[in-house]
Design a protein around this ligand. Sequence first.
Ligand SMILES: Cc1cc2nc3c(=O)[nH]c(=O)nc-3n(C[C@H](O)[C@H](O)[C@H](O)COP(=O)(O)OP(=O)(O)OC[C@H]3O[C@@H](n4cnc5c(N)ncnc54)[C@H](O)[C@@H]3O)c2cc1C
Length: 304
Amino acid sequence: MKHYGEYKNLFSKLYKESQIQLDAKMSEHIYFKVGGPVDILLTPNSIQQVKETITICKENNIPFYVIGNGSNILVKDGGIRGVVIKLCELNKIECIGNKVIAECGALLKDVSKAATEGSLAGVQFACGIPGSVGGAVFMNAGAYDGEISFVIESAEVLDDNQEIRIIPKAELNLGYRQSIVMQKGYIVLRATFNLVNGDKEKIQARVDELTKRREERQPLEYPSAGSTFKRPEGYFAGKLIEDAGLKGFTIGGACVSAKHAGFVINYNNGTAKDVLGVICHVKDEVKKQFGVDLYPEVRIWGED
Ligand SMILES: Cc1cc2nc3c(=O)[nH]c(=O)nc-3n(C[C@H](O)[C@H](O)[C@H](O)COP(=O)(O)OP(=O)(O)OC[C@H]3O[C@@H](n4cnc5c(N)ncnc54)[C@H](O)[C@@H]3O)c2cc1C
């Protein structure tokens, strides 16, 4: 049952009309471009607003979800009952000495750009990851031999008691696609990255090289969530899927990319059901042919 009228009353004292969307189509907020509506989507523009929103949700037993840039989420066709808190307005980035301090909603490409402009090296691996700082810390995003754990100094979070805390890197439990943020349900508010001084031209050249590699190898022209599956130990998901003969495997408007078998793409107005159908078939076939379990990296939310 949808609850948006009731929820609107709870949040209208805290938010301006323009920050509240009722029955918001999640397909417009996630990279996959599928999924039904959420009861209410809120776009806070301050840390205080985030904190108060969580308090209201917890006091009223309202399920809530936070999103950064929506590049690693699949919402089912029945949508989400509850509240989605979209953090894109919290996007300030500051360079101080060899540190970059970025709010949770800042995009990784903008963090990489700010670092490059300041001749700071270390975070360029992330220039083509289409996520936000919060989403990247949540899953310790990584690419091309770099990952968040190599460069983060600390993260400021809202913990499960709604206290704001600074967690140093050593306590963030960053591992392959995991963090304390994921384990404990914290919300990342800000992160500090510790970078090294470098040569601006060389740093820019690295960004250009990585961008070219992505464009050549990944189906960036279609909606997706990047690599659909986590890397199983000792294997590469994309290679297993290709070897299973699944490149191009299609259900409705979703398929396994012919360019990169690790990506399930929404190539022609697919639904979440189509995408999930492809994911299930790939999982089953890879298990049947190679005895390897694949687990989705993408977060799957909502109702059928
Ligand atoms: C074309 C493409 C290429 C990609 N390439 C890569 C790659 O090379 N490497 C890689 O690691 N990933 C890659 N991804 C996946 C994705 O970009 C990353 O996982 C990214 O870190 C997700 O960030 P986001 O802001 O979009 O998170 P969202 O998709 O918005 O959210 C993902 C999860 O993070 C949580 N989250 C978001 N913000 C916060 C916050 N502030 N506090 C707590 N939790 C939060 C959400 O609740 C959700 O559970 C790719 C995706 C696409 C579409």
